[in-house]
Design a protein. Sequence first.
Length: 188
Amino acid sequence: MRARLFTWLNVARDQAVQAGHPAPTTVAAFWPMADEPDLRPLLTQWSEAGMTVALPVVRERNAPLAFLPWTPEAELRAGPYGIQEPVAGPELLPDVVLVPTLGYTELGDRLGYGGGYYDRTLAALRDRGHPFTAIGIAWSCGELVPGYVPAPHDVRLDAVLTQDGWVPHAPLEQGGKSGSVLHSYRMN
């Protein structure tokens, strides 16, 4: 997963520059819980390469997440759900949002952990008109049965990445949910 994300972001950045658009520079990731894919080595690599990496912070319950900067040296603390969060820094608007995903469909519908934080956050970013690409990070065993119907408030992801590859395909051209056109590129 880390290698696919690394390659995808490099290709997405190159494509954006070639199209005359700003290249994605800020990636919002997540600190893994026990059974989630661990992207921390990739986050370190991105940070050391000059990318801005952010982690989510729960500022208040039932509200969108804030994203604060993270580096390998950043001070972290356990947030309300026991997940590590940055202690300080300015709130950032991410170009790419990596979303922990418990279950997913072939269309990019996401089943989370029930708190609705990511649905509220992605909807708030979209409502602000901020262009971003939302990618679910999941184990392939999380694929939901055909016929799964998402809740009305669920926000569809641009793609999901599992250890087996992209579902349905890797998104390119930043813009995701805010209305920009996405171009597909198969990187399985």
